[in-house]
Write a protein that binds this ligand. Structure first.
Ligand code: CA
Length: 239
């Protein structure tokens, strides 16, 4: 069961979502405006916000940005609903931190499957596990040690933090700005190019495990969902 807030101004769609999500056992709260929805979000700190793009009192994209910049809502995933014909720039949406898009009219069954996928992703992978084994990569969180294909990899403290941050958000795209604020700290006097430089060096050091860190063109980076799905072609344009 997850806490889900739906902000959608079309009453029919709102009702369909409310009914079907509640039917799946989720705790659902709905709103028709940004103002009303924001009050729900602040109060409930939901696991997922399903957010319409065009709302009577503003843009869902602006609200998405606000939520993703709010440290208290860090764990809230955002699924954007966009009407056919509303051309939304996916890259802009991902830069703002949206986790998924669904285009209206949508199939309820498909939307529910995507909701489940987002909620699964949101759970930190093996939060208690001291040792992570992912394909040929092994990470010892406490000892700050890393092996690739059983060979020790010497990482700086920063590279280690970058690797663990990417791994723990497996299959979620991390923008350069998000990585800057989470790995380097928001006050760091550096540019997003720094992220690229460090990712490149990290990949090189990881050798055979370097493919697990994938480039999402124009957006940022993500850790492969599984070792089998790691795609060497996603190592990026930088090499
Ligand atoms: Ca709308």
């Amino acid at each position: 069961m997850a806490k889900i807030v739906v902000i959608e101004d079309e009453a029919d769609i709102r009702a369909v979502l409310e009914f079907n999500l509640a039917d799946k056992g989720h705790k659902v709260a709905v709103a028709g405006t940004i103002a009303e929805g924001m009050r729900l979000v602040e109060r409930q700190k939901p696991d997922l916000l399903i957010l319409d793009l065009m709302l009577p009192d503003g843009s869902g994209l602006d609200l998405c940005r606000t939520i993703k910049q709010d440290a208290a809502l860090r764990t809230t995933a955002v699924m954007m609903l966009t009407a056919k014909g509303e051309e939304i720039d996916r890259v802009v949406g991902f830069e703002l931190g949206a986790d998924d898009y669904v285009v209206k009219p949508f199939s309820v069954r498909e939307l529910l499957l995507r909701v489940q996928a987002i909620l699964r992703r949101g759970q930190p992978s093996e939060p208690e596990a001291r040792t992570i084994q992912f394909g040929v990569l092994r990470i010892d969180r406490e000892a700050h040690r890393v092996w690739a294909a059983e060979e020790p990899v010497e990482l700086t403290a920063l590279e280690f933090k970058l690797l663990v941050t990417l791994h723990d958000r497996k299959n979620r795209v991390q923008t350069r700005n998000a990585l800057l604020s989470d790995v380097w700290g928001i006050d760091a006097d550096i540019t997003t190019r720094t992220v690229d430089t460090h990712v490149k060096r990290l990949r090189e050091k990881l050798g055979p495990a370097g493919d697990y860190v994938e480039t999402v063109r124009g957006v940022g980076y993500r850790f492969a969902p599984s070792p089998e799905e790691a795609d060497p072609r996603r190592r990026g344009d930088d090499e």
